[in-house]
Design a protein. Structure first.
Length: 373
């Protein structure tokens, strides 16, 4: 590209920290670095016009795990590991709320509810039976009972008669969250360049050279915070997982508020005011949805609409306003990957669909990793 001296001098020279990805993790990493090193020059590169992963394309659940998810985690993690995972998610949410304020991100703690399909009788009974055990397991994190049972007073159909309530779950407006983070970054002197795709990087005697689709630049330290796109930069143990979502037009007298998990968490929905946001269905085509390409499929979109009509809003007329997809980063383990991968190169990825809960904390830990070395 044809840059002037002024552009080169102001934007591309003497960069102390360069971060790939302007989502919740990348921005929190940048803000932590700037707070510790106020005179540092920080540049964030983002391949989309807006963050292209999941930071503004998710459902806005301020959650840390439904009971069926926690029981599933106990099959592949020790009890102490599961407690640490939940604690990390809780701390991440607290950090997010502290950094930006509940009013700014429109945080509302309207509780979370897990629904079970009629075919899930065995899992439903197990979850009901193990509520006291899981509440006790989480006692070091929450002094009060997390889970309890409630009747289905929302008009849902084709599900088991009772719901399991998470008393501490909430919801946020992720558009407002990201706008506030971008504003905070700008006011701190952090630069963000959009529509720049990083193709690779290499270590040189002068630092790290970053090769993009438009130009090359050098930085003293590089941070990869691309989550679902991490494998494009050679980071192992993280694979993309596309999530498809839709939202309705406003509905008069919407019969519920809160966040809801259905069918082992593969479907999830919530109210946004008097609209319904509904997403999921990745389990219908795991292989097809293991992609970092944006897109929608008839298979999943039709299933979402069918469940809305038959199960969630059976007696309510509704229209779909829009649909979209986002990309998560997942792996065999639920713990995020926060590590040094080369001299002066660090990554904070694999948020496992819990970006709202742990993104702030992962960004902070990613920055601190470099500051300590």
């Amino acid at each position: 590209m044809n840059f002037s001296f002024w552009e080169t001098d102001s934007w591309f020279s003497d960069i102390d920290y360069c971060i790939i990805g302007s989502g919740i993790t990348g921005l929190n990493c940048a803000l932590t670095l700037k707070k510790a090193k106020p005179s540092s020059k920080i540049l964030i590169l983002e391949k989309g016009i807006l963050p292209e992963g999941a930071s503004t394309k998710n459902a806005g659940f301020a959650c840390f795990g439904s009971i069926s998810e926690i029981l599933d985690d106990l099959k592949s993690h020790s009890e102490s590991e599961v407690v640490k995972l939940v604690e990390k998610r809780k701390k991440g949410l607290e950090l997010l709320r502290k950094n930006l304020g509940d009013e700014t991100i429109d945080f509302q703690q309207k509780k979370g509810y897990e629904l079970f399909t009629l075919a899930d009788e065995e899992l439903y009974e197990e979850c009901l039976q193990r509520i006291p055990e899981i509440n006790e397991l989480l006692r070091p994190v929450f002094p009060e009972d997390v889970f309890e049972v409630a009747e289905n007073n929302f008009g849902f159909r084709q599900i088991q008669p009772r719901l399991i309530v998470n008393n501490f779950e909430g919801q946020i407006d992720t558009g407002k969250m990201m706008s506030a983070l971008v504003k905070k970054a700008g006011e701190s002197g952090i630069r963000i360049l959009n529509a720049i795709t990083v193709k690779s990087y290499k270590e040189t005697a002068e630092g790290i050279e970053i090769i993009t689709d438009k130009f090359n630049l050098k930085t003293s330290s590089l941070f990869i915070a691309t989550n679902g796109f991490a494998s494009r930069l050679g980071i192992e143990g993280v694979k993309p997982a596309r999530a498809q979502v839709l939202v309705t037009k406003p509905i008069n007298n919407l019969p519920f508020e809160g966040t809801f998990h259905l069918d082992k968490g593969y479907y999830y929905f919530r109210n946004i005011g008097n609209r319904v946001l509904f997403g999921g269905g990745r389990n219908l085509d795991f292989k097809g949805e293991e992609t970092d390409e944006a897109g929608l499929t008839d298979l999943i979109q039709n299933r979402l609409k069918e469940l809305l009509k038959t199960c969630i809003l059976p007696d309510t007329e509704f229209e779909i306003q829009q649909s979209w997809s986002g990309t998560m980063g997942v792996g065999e383990q639920k713990n995020p990957v926060v590590k040094q991968i080369a001299e002066n190169v660090y990554c904070g990825v694999r948020l496992g669909g819990m970006g709202i809960a742990i993104g702030s904390l992962v960004g902070k830990e990613l920055a601190e990793l470099a500051l300590k070395s």
